[in-house]
Design a protein. Structure first.
Lengths: 234, 369
């Protein structure tokens, strides 16, 4: 579904991505793990066209989207839940969700997806008219995920959805990710919480200083010695 | 309260307000002290219109633009130039052989034209300027307004703009209802924009540009849209101001004029239309009427009140502003808007206000310690 070939990104003098190659299959959960500064967020942001690429190709459904503007990428069905949640703090929960559907015009369909999001996260329905800044961290994360779903993505990319959340809430978020995936959405997941991510992933990539150093099915990587040592603390 | 009932209540309130203004205008003679009320209502409405237009860019879209006076200038001149009767042009353009325009347009098309010309200039200026962020945008837009003022005073453009001389004898209004209704319609249109999905996108840009872009919002397009709409209404505000003053001169539209609106927007609350409107009337009422006594020597019996003299009004004004910035940094309304339920709640809360203020100041004092 999404193919990344030899992706290179520079931030000024810093060579953040050094030839990343990835392949994301339709309907799968793929995770991207790695230490801080390995280039995980940069990978997602460059797929979305938020960061200029210096070399390489991004191919989505057989189409080259390397230099496509962000809006067209969102329209094409890729959605990003940015790191640190980034909900719109002074807007209500409902306004936040509707902004996720900004590029869609069909009101009935939007309403249907709104109900679906409320079904996934009943807490958001309770707080529909509340200002997003007054939500707890977990609720804000739910809102950020819900907002991404409102664009009805075929590929949902999530940047550290478990960041700063209590373990029990993290588990809830991961259950939801599985549910979303079962509804037919492919998921590309960035996680520091490597164990939880690998458990639900079909396939995973390990990133180190801008290159893929290891890849394989999630379940295999959990038992891999190097991964264990570096990320699972065993 | 149902939506239907709220609409009905709002319509009744507006109609009642207009009727009261109309009746007062019929009964209060122009010479009485109370005729100041009409100045406040007229100028307050015009200021409210421009303040709301500034709030649309600064408060709702989160762009720090200081070009408002420039767009008002364009609006005021466009209006004035096209509504001076041909037979009066010789006396108005006395140094420029009657100017080069020999026709006049009716008032309402001219007002719209004023808005359109201002919006057109905003569009052109926005192309380079809106790619700048925060302070740079403020500096660039302020500079643009100042350059514009200089150009309009340029002698070579005299046949059109009358150089640095006054423009006068253009069509004006004869009832206070005119600016009130005109400003009301414009503000209502801006409210519709703010509450539409475009308005939501503006607010999203204000809150977080990266997240907004990730939602598929075209940052530049929406900034430009907000800027152009704002300038359109600033242009109309300029035209109305020209009508109010009956004469117009480029030197009125200094940067200081923009600061007045910035002040109103901050006092009213960035991101609140209601706040901007309330603050406009308060600002004009204080400056033109209620605080006037500070500028002349006053006697209580034989006792001469100290400090009162020409210019003291501005000192008091500055102190008031400092108090607002220090203790009420959210402004009068914050980002809240008027609602009938809110009004009901406020009326019930009035008896508790002194206690709440005491608590607030106590808390501030503790924080400052």
């Amino acid at each position: 579904m999404l193919k990344i070939e030899n992706l290179n990104v520079h931030y000024g003098g810093i060579h953040a991505l050094r030839g990343v190659n990835m392949h994301i299959e339709q309907g799968k959960i793929i995770s991207l793990i790695g230490a801080n500064g390995a280039g995980k967020s940069t990978t997602l942001r460059s797929i979305m066209g938020l960061v200029p690429k210096s070399d390489g190709k991004v191919i989505y459904k057989g189409e080259d989207i390397t230099t496509t503007p962000t809006i067209k990428i969102v329209k094409g069905g890729i959605s990003l839940t940015p790191e640190g949640r980034k909900v719109f703090p002074d807007l209500t929960v409902k306004e936040n969700l509707l902004l996720g559907a900004y590029l869609r015009k069909n009101k009935a369909e939007i309403q249907k997806d709104l109900e679906w999001v409320y079904e996934l996260f009943p807490r958001l329905l309770e707080r529909e008219w509340q200002i997003a800044a007054t939500l707890s961290g977990g609720e804000q994360q739910m809102l950020a995920v819900g907002r991404s779903l409102m664009s009805r993505p075929q590929l949902l990319m999530m940047d550290e959805p478990s960041l700063g959340l209590a373990p029990i809430i993290v588990k809830g978020i991961f259950d939801i990710i599985k549910q979303i995936n079962e509804a037919g959405v492919s998921v590309l997941l960035i996680e520091q919480n490597a164990k939880a991510a690998l458990e639900i992933s079909d396939y995973a990539y390990v990133l180190e200083t801008g290159t893929v150093v290891l890849e394989g099915p999630g379940k295999e990587l959990i038992t891999n010695d190097e991964v264990k040592k570096a990320y699972l603390g065993a | 309260m149902t939506k239907h009932r709220k609409w009905l209540l709002s319509c009744i309130a507006i109609a009642a307000f207009l009727a009261v203004v109309f009746l007062l205008e019929q009964t209060i003679p122009k010479s009485s002290n109370w005729s100041m009320l009409f100045t406040v209502l007229e100028k307050g409405s015009i200021y409210a219109l421009v303040a709301v237009s500034m709030n649309l860019v600064n408060g709702f879209t989160g762009l720090f633009s200081l070009g408002q006076a420039g767009f008002m200038l364009i609006g005021a001149y466009t209006y004035a130039i096209f509504t001076i009767p041909p037979e009066q042009r010789a006396s108005v353009y006395q140094y420029f052989d009657g100017g080069i325009i020999t026709f006049m347009l009716p008032a309402i098309p001219s007002i719209l034209l004023a808005g359109i010309v201002a919006a057109f200039f905003a569009f052109l200026i926005g192309l380079p300027v809106l790619r700048l962020k925060s302070d740079y945008l403020a500096i660039a837009s302020l500079g643009f307004a100042e350059i514009l003022r200089a150009i309009f005073q340029w002698d070579k453009l005299g046949p059109i703009t009358n150089g640095s001389n006054l423009l006068r004898k253009f069509t004006t209004y004869h009832t206070s209802l005119y600016p009130i209704i005109a400003a009301g319609i414009c503000i209502a249109i801006m409210l519709l924009v703010i509450n539409s999905s475009y308005g939501r996108a503006f607010k999203a840009i204000r809150e977080d540009e990266i997240a907004a872009e990730a939602m598929g919002i075209n940052l530049f397009k929406h900034k430009e849209m907000s800027f152009v709409i704002s300038s359109f209404f600033a242009g109309i505000g300029g035209a109305l101001l020209a009508m109010f003053q009956t004469t117009i001169q480029a030197s009125v539209f200094r940067a200081a004029l923009t600061y007045e609106f910035l002040l109103i927007v901050v006092i009213g609350g960035m991101g609140s239309v209601t706040g901007s409107i309330i603050a406009s009337y308060l600002f004009i009422a204080c400056r033109e009427w209620w605080l006037r006594f500070l500028d002349s020597e006053q006697y209580i019996g034989d006792f001469k009140v100290p400090l009162l003299r020409a210019g003291f009004r501005n000192v008091v004004f500055s102190v008031v502003i400092m108090i607002i910035v220090l203790f009420f940094s959210q402004g009068i309304m914050g980002t809240k808007e008027f609602s009938w339920q809110g009004l009901g709640g406020l009326i019930r809360k009035i008896p508790t206000i002194p206690a709440r203020l005491r608590r607030k100041f106590k808390k501030e004092a503790q924080v400052n310690e």
